[in-house]
Design a protein. Structure first.
Length: 222
């Protein structure tokens, strides 16, 4: 997939919200919606291509030691989203404040963590969006290590791989497989347009029972 097409998909996603994209996945019979991961540092919606990190207990890959997340930050392009899986069961941050500062300087759109994050106030200070399962003050150092970069991970019950797309806002997080991006985004745009027309009809005086009638109830039928 060319960079131009990827950039177009991201631009279109930025005009949508997680609910419209989740509805599109339902309509097409795909998985991708994840609940329970909330914006911790900013309510700004984010959308972009995904880079993945998997954390856990064990030994990191051989080579020069690096702190978790730093390899992904250096590899990311402006507008990308870093997605971290930390399912060790330990109270250990999947993301922290210096990482937020580095990612902000790199132009990264935000971070989504399947696990806890720390230095929430620091990320707020630099206006860097971090989504996570919750906050912690406990460091990853001495608890978890980075096991893999840009390998498939699991967020919620969704398989996520590098090059997929993500959108996150206050309602939830949604992942779109790269190979299905065109279909899903087009379906989400159609749903958003139809719901926009419904909102206008309400403003024009249509009764809500008519606006949210059979057409609305059947909108997601395959």
């Amino acid at each position: 997939m060319t960079q131009a097409i990827s950039s177009e998909f991201v631009a279109r996603l930025n005009r949508l919200d997680s609910c419209a994209v989740s509805d599109a996945l339902d309509k097409l019979g795909f998985k991708g919606a994840v609940t329970g991961i909330s914006p911790l540092t900013s309510v700004r919606r984010i959308a972009g291509k995904v880079l993945t990190i998997r954390l856990g207990v064990g030994q990191p890959p051989p080579g020069v030691p690096r702190h978790i997340g730093t390899t992904a930050i250096e590899a990311a392009q402006p507008g990308d989203i870093i997605v971290v899986e930390q399912r060790s069961g330990l109270d250990a941050a999947a993301w922290g404040g210096i990482l937020s500062r580095g990612a902000k300087l790199r132009g990264i759109a935000g971070t989504i963590a399947e696990g806890p994050v720390r230095d929430v106030d620091e990320a707020r200070e630099v206006d860097y969006p971090v989504y996570g399962r919750g906050a912690t003050c406990c460091t990853a150092r001495g608890r978890v290590v980075e096991l893999a970069n840009n390998q498939p991970i699991i967020v919620g019950n969704v398989n996520v791989k590098a090059g997929d797309y993500a959108i996150a806002d206050s309602s939830g997080v949604v992942f779109i497989a790269a190979e299905e991006a065109e279909r899903v985004i087009a379906a989400a745009e159609d749903i958003a347009a139809r719901e926009g027309a419904m909102a206008k009809a309400l403003l024009d005086g249509e009764p809500i029972t008519k606006v949210m009638g059979a057409n609305y109830e059947n909108m997601l039928r395959r």
